[in-house]
Design a protein around this ligand. Structure first.
Ligand SMILES: [Mg+2]
Length: 163
């Protein structure tokens, strides 16, 4: 059985950096990012359960597709109540996250939450086209609001369709 994937970006979908003010439910966390530097991120602790439920209901695996890379497991996951997740690693000079995600997901259906699908439209089209025989739902999340119930429903619907 091929297990579908739910890919998570951090900044935007889980940390609504552009929101002023931040939507309700979000709490500030100051995360150490250097010797003396701290970065404030806003997280909704409810997201952990919502994402775990989505994964459970759809038989999918959650994974990070974020420039936080493995630090997402150290700094973000625990604050949401998420277990350690696999990490898509980006080693490509071109094509943004698409080449790495294409390799990682291979023939698995996927839903992907990110706020930057608008950046490389030609790469996006190519990525989606090559996966046209598989569920490939790129769900744009507004970095002013983060993931909401509507995005989660969209994900369920995408997996509910064939293939
Ligand atoms: Mg982002």
């Amino acid at each position: 059985m091929v297990r579908p994937l739910v890919l998570l970006d951090v900044d935007g979908p889980l940390n609504p950096w552009a929101g002023t003010p931040k939507p309700a439910n979000y709490r500030p966390f100051d995360i150490k990012v250097g010797w003396r530097r701290r970065l404030r991120v806003w997280l909704d602790p409810g997201h952990g359960d919502q994402l775990k439920r989505l994964a459970e209901e759809t038989g999918a695996e959650l994974a990070w597709a974020s420039s936080w890379l493995h630090r997402a497991n150290a700094e973000i996951g625990p604050r949401l109540g998420l277990p350690p997740l696999k990490v898509v690693e980006f080693h490509d000079a071109h094509g943004w996250k698409y080449p790495a995600v294409a390799r990682y997901a291979h023939e698995r259906p996927l839903v992907w939450f990110d706020d930057d699908f608008g950046l490389h439209p030609a790469r996006r089209e190519e990525f989606v086209h090559k996966r046209r025989h598989l569920t490939t739902a790129l769900i744009h999340v507004d970095p002013g609001t983060g993931i909401s119930a509507r995005h989660l429903d969209e994900a369920r619907e995408a997996f509910g369709r064939n293939p």
